[in-house]
Design a protein around this ligand. Structure first.
Ligand SMILES: [Zn+2]
Ligand SMILES: [Zn+2]
Length: 170
């Protein structure tokens, strides 16, 4: 191999070492879940569901054109796709790489109206009961989430100074 060829080979090798990893990080080095950016897997906290059960008998609160009046699902009044754009993102280390990512716990709390899993004074102001036709006719942007983890750099190993929720990213 020529000298130039050798240099090019080395360079592309270095590049591939610095290329974004192909996996989705699941937990940081402290065991905190990292949010993959998808609504799937967030779900309702039992305490929030229980609080909403009281108003279920009142039926669908959306009252759209094809309303069946049935309270079939809990609906976010302000769409979750919009809400999640304000989630804080941090530098998160999974032991191999650093990512800009949101914690799953934060996403779950937000999904549940800002309530935590052990909250006793539940805020339900962003929730309403909806029938299926009303829910599916909502015009909110669905599935346009941009909080999937983004790779920043390889973890520097021994020099890593990662602290959960230490450094916010934009
Ligand atoms: Zn309805
Ligand atoms: Zn690290």
């Amino acid at each position: 191999m020529t000298r130039a060829g050798e240099a090019a080979r080395k360079e592309s090798k270095a590049e591939s070492k610095d290329a974004p990893p192909r996996y989705m990080p699941r937990k940081d080095t402290e065991g905190n879940d990292i949010w993959n950016g998808q609504r799937q897997g967030l779900g309702w906290y039992p305490n929030v569901k229980k609080e909403m059960a009281d108003s279920k008998n009142d039926g669908c609160q959306v009252q759209g054109n094809n309303c069946t009046d049935e309270a079939q699902s809990i609906d976010h009044i302000k769409d979750f796709a919009t809400l999640q754009t304000d989630l804080p993102r941090y530098v998160v280390c999974d032991g191999k790489n650093h990512f800009s990512a949101a914690y799953k716990e934060d996403a779950r709390d937000l999904y549940n109206g800002g309530n935590t899993a052990d909250e006793s004074d539940i805020n339900t102001s962003n929730f309403q009961w909806s029938c299926t036709p009303c829910n599916s006719s909502k015009s909110g942007k669905k599935g346009l989430y941009e909080n999937a983890p983004q790779w920043i750099e390889p973890c520097p190993g021994e020099d890593c100074e990662y602290v959960p929720r230490g450094e916010e990213t934009t």
